[in-house]
Design a protein. Sequence first.
Lengths: 319, 632
Amino acid sequence: MKQTMPAPSQAAEQELAPTPLQPIPPGPVPQAPPPRERRMIGITIDGQPVSVPEGSTILEAARKIGIDTPTLCFLESLTPVNVCRVCVVEMEGSRTLVPACSRKVEPKMAIKTDSERVRLSRKMVLEFLASSVDVSTAPQFAGYMERYDAKPERFGRNADTVEQPIKIDNDLYVRDYSKCILCYKCVEACGVDAQNTFAIAVSGRGFSASIATEFQVPLPDSACVYCGNCIGVCPTGALMFKSEYDMRHAGTWDESRQQQTTTICPYCGVGCNLTVHEQDGEIVKVTSPLDHSVTHGNLCIKGRFGWQFVQIEPAEKQE
Amino acid sequence: MDLHLTGDRPTPEEKAAVDFELGGAPESVWQGGAPDVEADTRSANGGNQKAESQRHLLLPVLHAIQNRIGWISPGAMNYTALRLDVPPAEVYGVASFYGMFSLQPRPAVVAHVCDDIACMTRGSEELCDRLDTRLGPENLPCAGGRAMWMRSNCLGLCERAPAVLVVKAGQKPQQRVLAPATTDRVQSMINDAANDVMPAAPDVLNPQLSVPQEGSPKLVLLRRVGKNNAPELDGYQRLGGYEALHKAFDLGPEGVLREMNASKLLGRGGAAFPAAKKWEALHMQRDLLKANPGRKHYLICNADESEPGTFKDRIVMEGDPFAVLEGMTIAALATGAERGYIYLRGEYPLAGQRLAAAIEAARWEGFLGQNILGSGLRFDIELRRGAGAYICGEETALFNSIEGHRGEPRNKPPFPTQAGLFRQPTVVNNVETLINVPLIINQGGAAYARIGTDSSTGPRLFCLCGHVDRPGIYEAPMGTTLRQLLTMAGGVAGTGRLQAILLGGAAGTFVSPKEIDVPLTFEGTRAIGATLGSGVVMLLDDSIDLKRILLRIAAFFRHETCGQCVPCRVGVVRQQEALLRLVDNRPMGSKADELVMLKEMAQAMRDASICGLGQTAASALESALQRWNVFA
């Protein structure tokens, strides 16, 4: 080994990372090199100066100074696709509005987040969505619509919608694409952003585009592994636990009676965090906190769905 | 990758089509071959790198299946997934994106009958009505179940409207243009094709129908178009072709850029971006290119001409294909690109044949390849066909399409010159832009810049169509007025009384006859709130109901929006609905309410859409509402 490799200098040898062939040297534990100093970029948002590290987005800069920007297709754990356009802001010198969720800051940018143009575009986006999609189970929508005075009913009762029959083809979760705003999050979670299973993709084109398995086959015939990470990122309830769906259907779903407890998954050694949602003494669904440093909200089929055993009472205790 | 395929298997014919396109049978069971325990258990043939390196073949493979079978079955998609190592859900997502692909069984012969705005002025509705009577309703089998007809968006044959494209799938797939089409000709072509006696004679470019100025000594861009031998390499060279390339080698990359800069050439695809700026952006990255073996520069000729009313690029490619190649080769010299793509609209059969033959001939004679004319320049061109998606003319959607993804535009920045095709620095130029390049090199940038006006230099191609006496492609220096252009084309046809002119196609603007003295320059049209766009000049006489034209444009955008971003995906639908209510005279609230709502939608689409499609989807409507009281 020593003979074939050019002899490294003493100093270089010190810096070599430990490998199976390069044991950890005795003495103090080597330190990871300090993170590259990121240049701070100064911009102004609504007249307020703010400085954020290079590579940050306008959204991050706005959040830093407490400006609340609506988002639908954005999620911290996924690559921004900037398709919903509800986060658009006005940038000085730009012909069009720009998406705050993905546009990186550049020195001296001047941003307006609440101008007439911004408010109109956000309002229209919300009206477009709420008039074509069933947003009744989308938690963020009501607040956004009130904030931007969105009136989707003004497009009339005959306005075309994306309504299609609900898909209940397995025991674990339900797909109701009448509630889908096509935010691409589930596709990203199923693909390279988390699961790498690629069971679903956007299919079709234009207003009739929708999320689908290959040839629209039922989920059990597709590549789906039931990790449920798509449910975890869905912002509208289009993807829903079967347990939640059944309770909503029966009229027994009541979030005010639910308690959330974060614990550690009992199955393997990874140690994913589970947030167990419980109502009336029964587990009704399991989520995972997005900010978990290892899993970023992702789980596998066992952690996500394998909790029924907790609720199965043994027929009788064996003495 | 575990693709987890459904049980649908390909038929032997589907398999043959895919294998032929990919140059042979699969090597391993992992790609759908026969199991060979020895080989397959000892080597891994797949891997992510290989998968990524093959994905760009997805669109050509889907074309091969569609062309051979007439539709794309789940079994064929499964086999495609296996061969290319692409998840079947993504194969389905891509296949279902394109209009030319059918994922349902359908007859082998399909007649696409254009009912778009230019053809509307030349009797396409009547044609459709008669086809309906004679052959039965659209989208249903006719001719003994072996054919069908369907309405289509603009086919880019507007100078010969009404236009029909007959496509026949099979061992020898055929695409045949009928323009101008008559009911009898369509019917007999459908019957012949269904009975396998489709005439073998290829379509030809007829200068009398398409190039009214042919033979005029004043022509520069079109000087070879329509000449019989121009599409052949010998003929092209005898007509002055490839002189500019020799000159460019003498000038070197910097010299070429100097001339390009001096020419002040603005892109002719519609966005009018300075061509030299794009080239320079790549030239400036040449040190990075040299230092990193993995880094590549790409050059793309955008020939996905789909703007309703536009046909100039088609005629240029049919009549003077080598000019496109020469322009690209000079661009390659300046930009350091070793690989070029021509992304050709899928509905252009003759242009495709001519370009493919030209590329082949240029390779043979050393005008493309590893060492072009001994200069050391390495450059080759691949022809890619679109599959019926207007959006793929948007440059970043075009990248995704070539890469084998859905043709959805990307957000900018990064710009193509930073991260374009395969995330590498890329220049995209329109066909017409590229054929200006040899002119600029031949006469010098400064001399070129003296043509036209100060800020709109050079000659320009115009697509005269609709109610015009002599429709066709016209060349005129920038700054020619609309009136002069109309005079050149023989004036208004139809009733002879001009109602409106559509400049720039469906994404363009209407102008009124009062504005007929506008100089056709970028700045001149901008001054009256219009656009030159792709060079469409569509005349509408006073027999035309403008409301119907507006409705057709709205339907076009609804059909062509990719569906990615909300303002465009839903906006084009709401716009069409509001228009329909206004046309039917049953507005919600008052007409004024509807107009306010349309205006708000237009603003949101313009401000918040990702790409130019959504940003201009309301511009024709808005320009009409500004000029006329359309819904009085």
